[in-house]
Design a protein around this ligand. Structure first.
Ligand code: FMN
Length: 340
């Protein structure tokens, strides 16, 4: 799949919504011989279009990642309880948490799909859920390579049956939200090479492996298990091209300095995601209800207020288990080092 795109490095810059995946990061990955992804998540279709245009100034070979709707509506009473707890403890941030009504949306799925049909890009990867088969077919008819992120053999089979061209196999070590199709249930801890082997044996599609890749040996192991490439996120978060916020950069540096571990939590968004342990997780992990995106929208103004004040204890520091291997090298240097 990568050779057809003219990509020579088997290390892909994974999509990271919320800031890190800038056009600069995508272009840097391409210039290193790899492939980069824009992250459509949390953006409007217009914001995505602007980023696509910026990347196209430098390269025609890139991917776009989109959240495919897989709503997990929140239970109203649980939402209200959680809002009260957040309001009590986080009151110093001055956010009117109790005034935030539950908001269920699909992250502008239709508008983003339409944009990608009107102005096709080489690769689209989908996460969170499997879209209608018609959407996959429409994208493929435009010449777009369509990938689905999966976390298990069962999800891989569903995606293959829906007609995608390839799979991103995400292990539980991955930073950020789990791509699981069933966020209501606690995801199993998985070993990336084992899931890749299992899916390799059960599904014929090309596979990319993601989650916890921190060194060249991890790349080797994933390729030996049957992946044609790996996708890395966390090791790029400190690179100069990444749009990682100053507060998150400080939080990651603090985590590395103090040897802090990562954990999977629903506290920030109502959907399981891996990040560096901090006070917010300590206080709220056990309290948070299931419910995406309502809980994401509920905590979002708190996280923004904390980020503006540099309070990394109170923002989501999404990171995979290997995040401490992240350096301030350029993205190209990181990708080439991993591919060596
Ligand atoms: C900050 C951050 C944001 C992420 N955002 C997205 C996203 O928008 N879409 C997606 O499919 N995966 C997202 N991921 C997951 C990555 O694409 C990838 O699966 C993961 O980073 C791989 O694991 P690693 O972080 O251990 O390298 C995100 C990961 C991080 C760390």
């Amino acid at each position: 799949m990568l050779q057809d795109l003219g990509v020579t490095l088997p290390v892909v810059a994974a999509p990271m919504a919320g800031g890190p995946s800038t056009p600069e990061l995508v272009v840097a990955a391409r210039q290193a011989g790899g492939l980069g992804f824009l992250a459509a998540g949390y953006k409007t279709a217009d914001q995505l279009a602007a980023q696509v245009a910026a990347v196209r100034q430098e390269t025609d070979v890139f991917g776009v990642n989109v959240f495919a709707p897989n709503p997990e509506p929140v239970v109203r009473a649980e939402y209200a309880d959680y809002a009260r707890k957040l309001a009590d403890i986080m009151s110093p941030l001055g956010v009117d948490v109790l005034g935030i009504l539950p908001r269920e949306d699909d992250d502008a799925w239709e508008a983003k799909l339409q944009l990608l049909l009107d102005d096709p890009v080489p690769v689209v990867s989908l996460t969170f859920g499997l879209p209608p088969e018609a959407a996959i077919e429409q994208l493929r008819e435009k010449g777009t390579v369509v990938l689905q992120t999966v976390t298990s053999l069962d999800e891989a089979r569903q995606a293959a049956a829906a007609g995608v061209d390839g799979l991103v196999v995400q292990g539980s070590a991955a930073g950020g939200h789990s791509a699981t199709f069933t966020p209501r249930f606690a995801s199993a801890e998985t070993v990336l090479t084992e899931v890749v082997r299992e899916i390799r044996a059960g599904v014929e599609l090309p596979l990319w492996a993601a989650g916890g890749i921190a060194a060249a040996g991890d790349v080797r192991a994933a390729l030996d298990a049957g992946a044609e490439a790996v996708a890395v996120g966390s090791v790029l978060l400190r690179s100069p091209e990444s749009g990682t916020s100053a507060t998150t950069r400080a939080g990651i540096a603090h985590g590395i300095e103090h040897g802090l571990e990562t954990t999977v939590t629903r506290a920030f968004s109502g959907r399981p995601a891996r990040g560096i342990r901090n006070e917010f997780i300590e206080w709220f992990d056990a309290e948070a209800p299931v419910g995406y995106p309502a809980v994401h929208h509920l905590t979002s103004p708190l996280r923004k207020a904390a980020a503006d004040r540099g309070l990394f204890e109170h923002v989501n520091l999404w990171a995979g288990t290997g995040y401490a291997a992240g350096t301030e090298e350029t993205a190209a240097d990181v990708l080439r080092r991993l591919a060596r």
